[in-house]
Every structure is written in C-alpha cells, then in structure tokens.
Write a protein that binds this ligand. Structure first.
Ligand SMILES: Nc1ncnc2c1ncn2[C@@H]1O[C@H](COP(=O)(O)OP(=O)(O)OP(=O)(O)O)[C@@H](O)[C@H]1O
Length: 250
C-alpha cells in the first residue's frame, strides 16, 4: 500500500495564530479520506497547503510523490481542487457545457480534446442532460456538481474537495456522495473537508478529526466509534474534544 498524501508535522500560522499545528497524515491511493472539524479547525488551510496554494510555515508534505513546495508544478498536474465556494460570477450567462469547456482550456486540456473531455466529465457528475442549460438555472446541487466536473477535467489522480455538500439539501448531498464514490471506484483518491458528521461517517473510508489546528484522532468511522463505545461520530467528537462540532472555536 503506497501513500498518495503524506504530511509530517505540517504547520501553518497566520501572524501569531497557529491555524494548522503539526499535522502528520498518510493517505493511501483509492481512499475517500475526510478532514472533519468545526469552522476554524484548520481544514481549509491544510487543503490549501496540499494543493500548493499556501506555503507551510513548518513541517513537510508530499502529494502524489512530490514535495508541495519544491515540486509544486508536479503536484498541480496531478490534483483536482474544488474550492468551498466557487464564485458563479461571470459564468451565469454560460451553459454548463460552455463553462466546462472554458475551464478545460485553463487546465491545459489539448484543444482538440476539449469537447470530448467536457462531455466526459459532465457525464461523470450526471449533468449530461442539463449541459446546455444556463448555469444560472442550475440548483445549488447542480452547481456543486458542475464544480466537481471542472475539477476532473485534467483526469487528476487525487481530487481535493473543500466542503463538497455545504448548504445542499439532503437528496442533493446523497447524490453528490454517489458521484464521489463512483469516482473512487474508478481508482481516484479523494480528500475532502467537511463539518458534516454524517458525511464523514457514511462517505469516508477513514478520517482525521481536527480541532484547533491539531489532529484529535484518525481512523475508520467504525474504529473511532468502537474505540470509545460511542454511538455516533458526534459523540466521538464531543468526548474527544469536550465540545460539540457546532460550537465556534475559542
Ligand atoms: N487568511 C487568513 N488570515 C488570518 N487568519 C486566517 C486566514 N485564513 C484562516 N485563518 C484562521 O486560521 C484558522 C483556520 O482556518 P481554516 O479556514 O483553515 O479552518 P476550517 O476548518 O477550514 O474552517 P471552515 O470550516 O470555516 O472552512 C481560523 O482560526 C481562521 O480564522
């Protein structure tokens, strides 16, 4: 079993605020791995360092075998990154297909392959039927799936998703989970940040609970619950941190 993401005491501070504090992770190819924690736990900061968008203040990380600082270009070629909020501004008057084709150029998809590749990723997220409708007519769930499609355009080995179902209703969330699982069945690795317990429990193969920038505990959802006889990840979180997931960090 190799590793696709490896971090060693990865840290990042903003001024004197330590947002990520000595995080050591090893994620295997083909896993759906979750970072679960409340707002401010350091999930986005971790993800942005792994996506080479933010330099670490300490420690190291390798993604797809490359150091995120010294070989950022190599990392970027191999990952897809879907941000928490992708601004729809400027895209509203385009169809889903047009947006995807424009993004394909940004991802350096060879020109002759753009149409086929856009069709392929729209199909993967279940948007083929709606591809020629305007993005402004899309529901929140469809817009999230369109963002996911764009993250797949250059056929990444690893997909990094920041809160992929934030704000979606239950059916849309379940639909998104199905698409993420299907991608993993095809060999992709997924790292996702979430503050939804059920998402971590039902979608992730393994997860790290984060709080105040630190790893609290890592394991499969079943292991984390069984280790302390907790009925749910909510309870695991509460017992391990002394507060609930919904409380704002101090
Ligand atoms: N650009 C920044 N400048 C200063 N502080 C920041 C900056 N970005 C994040 N922080 C702080 O770093 C800490 C971790 O933030 P981060 O966004 O990584 O958490 P998160 O777990 O992703 O939260 P959320 O679920 O709200 O996205 C927080 O205390 C936050 O206020």
């Amino acid at each position: 079993m190799g590793v696709i993401i490896e971090t060693e005491r990865l840290s990042r501070s903003y001024g004197d605020r330590l947002a990520v504090d000595g995080l050591t992770l090893a994620i295997a190819p083909g896993e759906i791995f979750g970072l679960l924690g409340p707002n401010g736990a350091g999930k986005t900061t971790t993800i942005r360092m792994l996506a080479t968008l933010l330099p670490p203040s300490g420690g190291a990380a390798r993604v797809c075998g490359f150091d995120v600082v010294r070989a950022a270009g190599e990392v970027r070629e191999r990952i897809g990154y879907v941000m928490q909020q992708v601004s729809p501004m400027g895209y509203y008057m385009l169809t889903g297909r047009e947006k995807t084709e424009i993004e394909a150029a940004l991802y350096h998809v060879p020109r002759r392959q753009v149409k086929a590749r856009a069709g392929e990723v729209l199909d993967l997220v279940g948007l083929s039927q709606d591809a020629d409708r305007l993005v402004q007519e899309y529901s929140g769930g469809m817009q999230k799936r369109l963002d996911l499609a764009c993250g797949l355009l250059h056929r990444p080995e690893l997909l990094i998703l920041d809160e992929p179902t934030l704000g979606l209703d239950v059916p849309s969330r379940h639909r998104m989970w199905d698409h993420i699982r299907a991608l993993c069945d095809q060999g992709m690795t997924v790292l996702l940040a979430t503050n939804y317990m059920d998402e971590a429990d039902r979608l992730c193969d393994r997860l790290t609970i984060m709080d105040h920038g630190r790893e609290v505990v890592t394991g499969t959802p079943a292991e984390l619950k069984e280790a302390i006889g907790a009925p749910s990840l909510d309870e695991v979180f509460l017992r391990r941190t002394g507060h609930t997931l919904r409380e704002e960090p101090k």
